[in-house]
Design a protein around this ligand. Structure first.
Ligand code: ADP
Ligand code: MG
Length: 352
């Protein structure tokens, strides 16, 4: 069921088209990640949904209620939407408790209890209630911003790169706990990030923006394994892209014959993710479809995995293509100069 519906929304700032006829549907209780390079329109999309900006054209609906249709829009405070900005945007002169309680009625009964419950919810220790933002770490400030946004029990939570100022380790821990909190509280959420790993792990749906246009949206696995163009493929991680000739569900390429899931025939580029490529010694047992043989020409060890350069040889032993770069976490790699068998797991994706 569509909970948030954004229909052909366009927003211009002077001659810049920040968003160009963007449409996206968000299901109730789900998590959507919006990814894209800087300047692609991510923040603009959130600000339009929150009501801080008014679209030039298009429609936005939340839970069956019309929020904006072209320039006719209802104001932000009537939208039941919480927003957490990149820098937290806390009020520097207010305590943690007053920041969190900012949107709550001053005379509301149980106001203090509600603030403490919100602090518990975002895992902020209660003694911090009297501190001011400058006495908190970056991670704690973001938790205060999140608690403040949760205070008014929003139907929708918008998170604009809320973790980007945090260190990697902390960032992952906070992201996981925020995702869990939103799931438990059944709050529909939209997260803006330029970190593809964050998007893939946080969301049920990922949408990619570039130059104000929505290029592709879908479940994380689909965007990763079936990106609509090589640029999107590269955005989500390393990709092996090879020219191929496709016929009857098979692609002939430098790796031999690779299965594809498309009725397309003819020349096209195919894509495999490096983790689909498995190396074994020619006599070894392999667990994918055997594709071809190669020789290890270089190994760059970098901790958890190694980057391996392979020169490929077809079944006839002839070298056919530029070296292939793959990653392997195997600890028992044979040395440079060894012949290896290359097997593939799953199918290749075709850019048709
Ligand atoms: P992102 O969040 O993806 O980095 P933004 O939505 O902030 O991108 O910006 C999209 C485009 O709109 C950019 O070209 C930006 O310069 C422009 N833009 C955003 N806000 C304004 C504004 N208030 N005035 C003029 N141009 C703006
Ligand atoms: Mg932004």
């Amino acid at each position: 069921m569509t909970f948030l519906s954004v229909r052909t929304v366009t927003k211009r700032y002077g001659r810049v088209t920040a968003l160009d006829a963007v449409s996206i549907d968000v299901a109730a209780g789900s998590r959507t990640a919006i990814v894209g390079p800087s300047g692609s329109g991510k923040t603009t999309l959130l600000r339009l949904i929150a009501g801080f900006e008014v679209p030039d054209a298009g429609r936005i609906e939340l839970d069956g209620e019309l929020l904006a249709e072209g320039r006719a829009a209802i104001p932000p405070h009537r939208r039941s939407i919480g927003i957490v900005a990149q820098d937290g945007a806390l009020f520097p002169h207010l305590t943690v408790a007053d920041n969190i309680g900012f949107g709550l009625d001053r005379k509301a009964p149980y106001r203090d209890q509600r603030i403490l419950a919100l602090m518990d919810m975002v895992e902020l220790a209660r003694p911090m209630r009297d501190r001011r933002p400058h006495q908190l770490s970056g991670g704690q400030q973001q938790r205060v911003a999140l608690a403040r946004a949760l205070a008014r029990q929003p139907k929708l939570m918008l998170l604009d790169e809320p973790f980007s100022a945090l260190d990697t380790g902390l960032r992952e821990a906070i992201r996981i706990s925020v995702a869990e909190l939103l799931r438990v509280e059944k709050i529909t959420a939209m997260l803006v990030t330029h970190d593809q790993a964050e998007a893939l792990s946080f969301a049920d749906q990922v949408a990619i923006l570039r130059d104000g246009r929505l290029l592709q949206s879908g479940p994380p696995r689909d965007l990763y394994m079936r990106p609509s163009d090589p640029g999107i493929a590269a955005f989500f991680g390393d990709a092996i892209i090879l020219p191929a000739e496709i016929e009857d569900g098979w692609a002939s390429c430098a790796l031999g014959h690779v299965e594809v899931l498309t009725p397309y025939r003819g020349k096209a580029q195919i894509m495999l993710r490096p983790e689909q490529v498995v190396l074994s010694l020619p006599s070894g047992v392999h667990n994918g479809v055997q594709a071809c043989h190669g020789m290890i020409t270089r190994i760059d060890f970098n901790g958890p995995s190694s980057l391996i350069s392979l020169s490929l040889a077809g079944i006839d032993g002839e070298v056919r293509a530029a070296p292939l770069l793959i990653k392997s976490a195997r600890m028992d790699l044979p040395p440079v100069g060894s012949r290896v068998q290359i097997s593939l797991i799953g199918q290749a994706h075709v850019f048709a």
